[in-house]
Design a protein around this ligand. Structure first.
Ligand SMILES: [Zn+2]
Length: 97
């Protein structure tokens, strides 16, 4: 059982790849979480280029929770990420029809 307040996974401190890795259970969540991760990635010890908070910032934390969710973990913000990916999918489906 994973403690929902900590993300115990390879994405917690490493450099997540743009392409969903093996073991990814939700590529849609991975894609949007990775976009957020890139936006909030800053040199450690320096303010985030996106939001100006000290790195790692809240955006970085949220993005890592999204990446963990995409790998099938249940974390604090998993519901948010799954709902957001669902909305994106619905919009894409509506645009295609
Ligand atoms: Zn930030």
């Amino acid at each position: 059982m994973v403690d929902p307040t900590t993300v115990e996974s390879a994405v917690e401190h490493g450099e997540p790849p743009a392409e969903p890795p093996a073991g990814c259970t939700d590529p849609g969540v991975w894609q949007i979480a990775h976009e957020l991760y890139l936006a909030h990635r800053g040199p450690s010890g320096q303010p985030c280029p996106e939001c100006g908070e000290a790195s790692p910032c809240a955006g970085d934390d949220l993005a890592r929770q999204g990446l963990a969710t995409a790998l099938g973990e249940q974390v604090t913000m998993s519901g948010y990420w799954q709902a957001l990916a669902g909305l994106r999918r619905r919009r894409a489906t509506a645009a295609a029809s």
